[in-house]
Write a protein that binds this ligand. Structure first.
Ligand code: TYM
Length: 340
């Protein structure tokens, strides 16, 4: 429920495949913590998903999977608004207006577009190119103050801030002065960039062809143990100082995962394990992962059999998001001079 005194938090996750530990530690775990004293909106961004072709049946089931993961991870629909982006048409409408505010030169700098498009630049959808404008629309539509995300979204957040500033300037004589709050990202230190278990220089990602590179929410305890025992390390023992991690990306990653799951500083974890063998550390890391993932997995299985509960929450979320965004969109149209 909207509460004037609380800061507004907005974030989203794409329903494009099995979510993993990176999504959890980089984003969803923060969503849960923030709902205690913020006014939070958590979105399932299906319009972003279709910037790359999706099988429609898979997309529909992935949307419900993300909703289940939100709930199973501890997002409480009594405290936060959970909804699906495409059910609130104002996201698309504002995104069009922002397409007309954002400069092409700004979009050309987006590294995620360059990475995703690769050499195929002429052949990817124009939606992939304007994707950050839709993301800015998501955030600005609710006058959000804070946006919890992983490190890979930082540049999109900077762009959102530029877009908000330009809109406020362009329309300053027409009610736009200080209109959009300039949103701040919340990026966690230890877990802002969880890396692949097979290659510590690559981000843990849904699109990695090897499922051994990531821990997924539905992994069994045995599979978690297997993935961690096979996770790449190096022949040296665990170091005792943080600087030594810089040249050891796989070890750095496992220590960071441990520290963020245990809520400990990296230095504390190194103090506890320095000089020890990886077999002992990996056993404790697997236990810690299981302790965190098992209750979420059990709840996911329960929710799989309770779709009506899930649909009810999403419908209520849409109603709340519609109520808030329709008022805001009316003000935006007025400022821009749209309609009559
Ligand atoms: P998406 O769906 O790719 O990822 C969802 C969230 O998970 C974070 N994340 C990671 N964090 C740490 N380590 C990793 N390996 C890792 N992989 C993913 C992402 O940073 C993200 O926070 N564009 C967004 C979705 C979006 C959005 C928004 C986010 C659309 N509109 C408005 C915030 C506000 C995306 O593709 O996230």
């Amino acid at each position: 429920m909207q509460d004037k005194k609380k800061k507004i938090v907005f974030s989203g996750v794409q329903p494009t495949g099995a979510l993993h530990l990176g999504n959890y530690l980089g984003a969803i775990k923060n969503f849960v913590d923030l709902q205690e004293d913020h006014d939070c909106l958590y979105c399932i961004v299906d319009l972003h998903a279709v910037t790359v072709w999706q099988n429609p049946n898979d997309l529909k089931s992935n949307i419900l999977d993300v909703a289940s993961i939100y709930l199973a991870s501890g997002i409480d629909p009594k405290k936060s608004t959970i909804f699906v982006q495409s059910t609130v048409p104002y996201h698309s409408e504002l995104s069009w207006i922002l397409n007309c505010v954002t400069r092409i030169g700004w979009l050309n700098r987006m590294t995620q577009f360059k990475e995703k498009a690769g050499k195929n630049r002429e052949n990817v959808s124009s939606g992939l190119y304007t994707y950050p404008n839709l993301m800015a629309a998501d955030i600005l539509l609710y006058f959000s103050d804070l946006v919890p995300v992983g490190d890979d979204q930082k540049q999109h957040l900077e762009l959102t801030r530029d877009i908000a500033q330009k809109f406020n300037n362009d329309y300053s004589d027409f009610g736009g002065k200080d209109f959009f709050p300039i949103p701040n990202p919340i990026i966690m230190d230890e877990s802002s960039r969880v890396m692949s278990l097979r290659d510590g220089t690559k981000k843990m990602s849904k699109s990695d062809p090897s499922a051994m590179s990531r821990i997924e929410f539905k992994d069994s305890n045995d599979l978690i143990v297997k993935k961690i025992s096979k996770a790449k390390t190096d022949p040296l023992p665990i170091p005792n100082n943080v600087n030594d991690l810089e040249t050891r990306p796989e070890v750095h990653n496992l220590i960071s995962i441990f520290s963020s799951l245990a809520g400990l500083k990296i230095t504390t974890v190194l103090n506890d394990y320095s000089g020890k063998q990886f077999s002992e550390f990996k056993k404790d890391l697997s236990d810690l992962l299981i302790e965190n993932i098992e209750p979420i997995r059990d709840e996911l299985i329960r929710l799989d059999n309770d779709h009506s509960f899930l649909l009810d929450i999403l419908e209520k979320g849409t109603n709340e998001a519609m109520k808030r965004s329709s008022l805001n969109m009316k003000k935006i149209r007025d400022i821009v001079g749209l309609g009559y």
